[in-house]
Design a protein around this ligand. Structure first.
Ligand code: G3P
Ligand code: MG
Length: 246
């Protein structure tokens, strides 16, 4: 079977490593993923912090909001121990550390940076991220995404060439409107929504999340979707190989 679907590792190899850590991103690269998805916030001192939640409570041994802590304070937290004792001592990465890791690996895949501005707005983060990437050279394809349409609009105003995708759980109408007005190129929908709206499954540039079960992976591969975003890139790579060989 012809399958061009790319495999994007959600927060790294989240299923087998502490999410959004350098260990998790390195594992995803070693697993043979085609892309990496991650989430960015601002600390109190406006540093780029890689984490999913707005607070550090769930994934570290600390508590409180990211934007109420400076980078130095965040760096003292353990981002591995809650996943497993084996990963004790793992720190929270900055965006720059993740990008450096990708550069060291000469990673030519997709780097999908999700601006986590849907709960906390982090004013100025779009401009800061844009300036950071404009100041460096990198080997990967950068794709921005966000649940927050306003962040995507800001990015479009700053840099109309920036590649943007709209994340959504159910707000497909808004995503389609953004596409029509050329504020986005791609859709990153919840896989559960896609399966409830199968007519949408054939839309171009679809990268659903979080595609973890064999059944969901097969669903996306059979439809030759642009990509899947998964916690289990190694499993997805293996399944895609098997299906290609059919
Ligand atoms: O980018 C896909 C996915 O990460 C969106 O949801 O909550 O895991 O960031 P979330
Ligand atoms: Mg995300």
């Amino acid at each position: 079977m012809k399958i061009d679907t790319k495999i994007i590792a959600h927060r790294g190899s989240k299923g087998t490593r502490p999410e959004n850590t350098l260990i998790s991103f390195q594992a995803a690269i070693d697993d043979g993923c085609d892309g990496i998805e991650t989430d960015v916030h601002f600390s109190k001192d406006r540093q780029f912090i890689i984490m999913h939640d707005e607070t550090v409570d769930r994934t570290t041994n600390g508590s409180g909001l990211i934007y109420e802590k400076n980078l130095a304070e965040l760096k003292h937290l353990d981002a591995g121990i809650r996943f497993s004792e084996e990963f004790k001592g793992t720190t929270i990465p900055t965006l720059q550390e993740v990008v450096n890791l990708l550069i060291q690996n000469n990673f030519h895949g997709i780097f999908n940076l999700e601006l986590k501005t849907n709960k906390v707005q982090y004013p100025g983060i779009e401009q800061a991220v844009y300036e950071y990437f404009a100041s460096i050279q990198y080997p990967f394809q950068l794709i921005y995404s966000s649940f927050n349409a306003h962040s995507l609009e800001i990015l479009n105003n700053i840099d109309p060439q920036a590649y943007r995708a709209k994340l959504f759980k159910t707000a497909a109408k808004q995503a389609k409107t953004l596409k029509k007005s050329k504020l986005i190129e791609d859709f990153h929908p919840d896989i559960r929504w896609v399966k409830r709206h199968p007519f949408f499954a054939s839309v171009k540039h679809l990268r659903p999340w979080t595609v973890n079960s064999t059944e969901d992976m097969q669903y996306c591969f059979k439809r030759n979707m642009a990509a899947i975003i998964t916690d289990y890139p190694a499993r997805a790579v293996q399944l895609r190989e098997e299906m290609r060989g059919d």
